[in-house]
Design a protein around this ligand. Structure first.
Ligand SMILES: [Mg+2]
Length: 362
């Protein structure tokens, strides 16, 4: 089955988050997704996603010039060989970062094609049983102000979420959020790498009374596993990290250092679904919970759903905003804090052509 065509499609979907801080370009809040479509000579098309933030035309250009041309004419079923070739070809661009994001998207699209060729939904191709629904945690944008964050926690709980993650650095936000959530709701705090080890120790002590399910990426820089491990030894709060690591070897360092209770690879950053399966096995061997990171709304979100279903991940991240359109269609729109796993072959769904037409920016 030969690859005949590769296209990358950049969408910017407007969203509303009721007062969250906006750091993107322009006045209008919009969430970008860089989708990748790989076509084959047997009429099957697979979809992947490159991890994005904002203003990603440069990332699209990188994919179009350095990755897409390598794929033409290749056998789409040879996932490992293609992934390895891309990784070796471009390793001097760095093993963590934008080139890894591009390789990840290819790996994801090829898994979609393989699932379709096998006539199996991806989670079953990966050996999973019939788990039809995944509980989600509401992953809030940053509000920077305890009252606004607590109001959003309250809204998420009202909508049926049983778990909520804050993206805040102000410690005072957590008592306000806990009061809004009540005692039964799982609450997590993601700080996105702000603190020195000394600051993190001090703040963790202040956070301990609020029963956090985890504290995510509390220390800078994200790759300093020794600092994270030292923090973990000094606090009762479980530690989560992993979205900024690159490949299996990085996760080995993280796990062997004893740095985390939850390991969080992102399949659109850390070399795709193929690498995630290896990382999950390594995490199991270290008795650490595999908890994939997912800040995507495109095909990568659906791939992560299938991975979570296959590996029985207890809870999956979902960006908590009101999107102007659900790029992967109504079938994977969350309701009551849960989402259905598509049952068709491969991903079981494709990008909504209406959303693509309306919100394409590159
Ligand atoms: Mg995070």
């Amino acid at each position: 089955m030969k690859i005949t065509r590769v296209e990358s499609i950049l969408l910017a979907i407007p969203f509303e988050d009721h007062g969250g801080i906006w750091r993107g370009s322009g006045d209008r809040k919009a969430f970008q997704t860089l989708m990748v479509r790989i076509d084959t000579d047997q009429g099957l098309s697979g979809w992947g996603e490159v991890f994005t933030k904002n203003g990603e035309l440069a990332l699209k250009a990188l994919f179009d010039t350095h990755v897409a041309p390598v794929l033409l004419g290749r056998d789409a079923t040879q996932i490992s060989a293609i992934k390895r070739e891309l990784e070796r070809l471009h390793h001097n661009f760095g093993r963590v970062g934008v080139m890894a994001f591009c390789v990840s998207a290819v790996d994801l699209a090829l898994w979609d094609i393989l699932g379709q060729a096998a006539g199996l939904p991806l989670y079953r191709l990966l050996g999973g049983a019939g788990r039809n629904e995944i509980p989600l945690y509401a992953s809030l944008t940053r509000y920077g102000e305890p009252r606004a964050a607590a109001d959003t926690v309250e809204r998420a709980v009202r909508e049926g979420y049983g778990a909520v993650k804050l993206h805040e650095v102000l410690v005072e936000t957590v008592p306000a959020a806990r009061a809004a959530a009540g005692r039964e709701i799982a609450l997590m705090l993601d700080t996105n790498c702000p603190w020195s080890l000394a600051e993190a120790r001090c703040n963790a002590r202040r956070l301990e009374p609020y029963d956090l399910m985890w504290l995510e990426e509390p220390t800078w820089p994200p790759e300093n596993m020794h600092a994270l491990a030292a923090l973990r030894r000094s606090t009762t709060i479980p530690i989560a990290a992993g979205e900024n690591a690159g490949s299996l070897a990085d996760y080995r360092v993280m796990l062997e250092a004893g740095a985390v209770d939850f390991v969080q690879p992102d399949i659109a950053k850390a070399h795709g679904l193929s690498e995630a399966l290896k990382i999950a096995a390594l995490a199991e061997a270290h008795d650490v919970q595999f908890m994939p990171h997912c800040f995507m709304i495109g095909p990568g979100y659906v791939h992560t759903l299938h991975l979570a279903a296959a590996l029985e991940v207890p809870l999956l991240e979902r960006y908590y905003v009101e999107l102007a359109a659900e790029p992967m269609g109504a079938a994977v729109t969350p309701a009551n804090g849960r989402v259905s796993v598509p049952q068709g072959p491969g991903l079981g769904c494709v990008p909504d052509p209406y959303a693509v037409r309306l919100y394409r920016v590159g």
